[in-house]
Ligand binder design. Structure first.
Ligand code: NAD
Length: 498
């Protein structure tokens, strides 16, 4: 079997690293063998990107011309929408409806950043002398975008589209679990007229290809989404190299139900918040806090709804939860549930693989509810990244704010209450980058997204999502008599000396 090539400078490339196999987690069947980029291949990709980002063909494009290419990428993705959804489903096992939604979301991301590209300007700043002072925003150069397996299409779009709008060249290193959607998008971009070398994809393991990319001296910024420990390792290298790192990391988000909430809506929101995508979502509401007065009633309803969730093959209509994205990950989730049991957890739903024979070869795990633990338990502190919800209770507002914030993470939070003043107070008191009130997991590409604390550094999406990939430059343009200032003159000191 010939390994699938990756894509550099608008051409397929057979890597010289050891190949790896992509596996369908729903069936256990091998999808294909994939080529891996060695350090030498990474070097070739970075060289191509560096040449391309400096070339007049890309540098001199007017914003509307760059925007047109980005919008054409969206058109091309629309034409290949089903193929993109099929790739994601084959590689990470998400149900088809969710794959289709994520393709649409990725397309919308390109359209949004095409529009932002047309509208972003430079600033004329207040001058303190006889000159015009401006702030212009320039690309950082070559950006390495390293992404996880849970939502490759949307995660990659959230990095590539703004980085292109900002004028950079990009090298995407997708997860080895979901290696090929990025390759198809890069092909589409080439057909859309993107100059060679501006969008490149190198596949391979994080510890080989990923590390080679982060360490490469030609890479001027790393944009990473993935686990907190990987982010920390990448951040250390970036600190050493003195290059910026944007880090979107893990979470252990609280979903809080007050006694006055609409409990039907809250059950639906809590279920979707944790079990959509089989819990493999950075913003998954994986710690449930229910006010003690309604705890028993709410948990009974939640158990009924959890046990009614359709678990099955991602191609089947009506299925809400497919497999986990890989067998090692399923085994890890299973071990973490066992650990929770050992620390006194009461598994009130799930806690097993499904019994259905047609699912026996896939990486499935039943939606799981664990009661009887405290917020200090391992299950409540560690990111499980699977369909596992830890059920906790609280007495009052102060108690739940303290418990919800007692975590190293700070990605998201849900609040269910009929009291809008309380919703506001709690939303402001929670240490998280995103808060949902009487809803969960609603996201807009126009709203900056990122984590507090160990959930990350930097904000993707929105206008700040483009600025993330730019560096500002101050330009002073003298308008007075042609006498250069000296630092001992009063005029020159007005702006502060350097
Ligand atoms: P991961 O950290 O294992 O891998 C992410 C990417 O980094 C992959 O492409 C991998 O090959 C690469 N990588 C691994 N080690 C590397 C290294 N030493 N140097 C360079 N690259 C390396 O994460 P994962 O298991 O793919 O994804 C799950 C994690 O991602 C979860 O923790 C989840 O919370 C997080 N996540 C965060 C967000 C967010 O926006 N905050 C979104 C999705 C997923």
């Amino acid at each position: 079997m010939t390994a699938l090539p990756f894509f550099v400078a608008n051409r397929p490339v057979q890597g010289t690293g050891p190949t790896f196999v992509s596996t369908n987690p729903a069936t256990g069947a091998a999808n294909y063998e994939v080529s891996a980029a060695s350090a030498a291949d990474v070097d070739a990709a970075v060289t191509a990107a560096r040449d391309a980002v400096r070339s007049a063909r890309w540098r001199n494009l007017r914003p509307h011309e760059r925007a047109r290419i980005i919008a054409r990428i969206a058109d091309g993705m629309e034409a290949h929408a089903q193929e993109l959804a099929d790739i994601q489903m084959r590689e990470n096992g998400k149900v088809m409806a969710e794959c289709r939604t994520q393709v649409s979301s990725a397309i919308a991301t390109y359209r949004y950043f095409a529009a932002v590209c047309e509208t972003l300007g430079s600033d004329v700043t207040p001058s303190r002398g006889d000159y015009v002072s401006m702030t212009v925003h320039e690309p950082v150069g070559v950006v390495a975008a390293i992404t996880p397996w849970n939502s490759p299409l949307t995660m990659e779009a959230q990095k590539v589209a703004p980085a292109l709008a900002a004028g950079n060249a990009i090298i995407v290193k997708p997860s080895e679990v979901t290696p090929t959607a990025a390759i198809l998008v890069a092909r589409i971009a080439a057909e859309a007229g993107l100059p060679a070398g501006i969008l490149n994809v190198v596949t391979g393991l994080g510890t080989d290809t990923g590390v080679a990319l982060v360490r490469h001296p030609g890479v001027r910024m790393v944009s990473f989404t993935g686990g907190t420990e990987t982010g920390r390792a990448i951040g250390r290298i970036c600190a050493d190299r003195l290059i910026p790192a944007a880090l979107e990391l893990g979470g252990k988000s609280p979903n809080i139900v007050f006694e006055d909430a609409d409990l039907d809506a809250a059950v639906t929101g809590v279920i979707g918040g944790i079990f959509e995508g089989s819990g493999q979502s950075c913003v998954a509401g994986s710690r449930l806090f229910v006010q003690r007065s309604v705890y028993a009633e709410f948990v009974a309803r939640l158990k009924t709804a959890t046990e009614a969730l359709g678990v099955g093959l991602p191609t089947q209509a009506g299925v809400k939860m497919g497999p986990l994205a890989s067998f090692p990950h399923r085994d890890r989730v299973e071990r973490m549930v066992e650990d929770a049991r050992k620390e006194g957890g009461d598994i009130i739903a799930g806690g097993t693989r499904p019994g259905a024979p047609e699912l026996a070869d896939g990486a499935f795990y039943m939606p799981t509810l664990i009661a009887g633990l405290t917020n200090a338990s391992g299950a409540a502190r560690q990111e499980i990244f699977g369909p596992v919800l830890v059920l906790l209770s609280f007495d009052d507002e102060a108690d739940v704010v303290a418990q919800a914030n007692d975590t190293v993470y700070g990605l998201a939070c849900g609040i269910w209450t009929a009291d809008y003043r309380r919703a506001w107070r709690v939303a402001r008191a929670i240490e998280a980058g995103t808060v949902w009130i009487n809803t969960y997991k609603q996201l807009s590409i126009a709203t900056p997204f990122g984590g507090f604390k160990e959930s990350g550094i930097g904000r993707e999406k929105g206008i700040s999502g483009v600025r993330l990939y730019q560096q500002s430059k101050g330009i002073y343009w003298d308008m007075g008599p042609l006498v250069p200032p000296f630092m001992d003159t009063e005029d020159a000191m007005k702006g502060g000396s350097k």
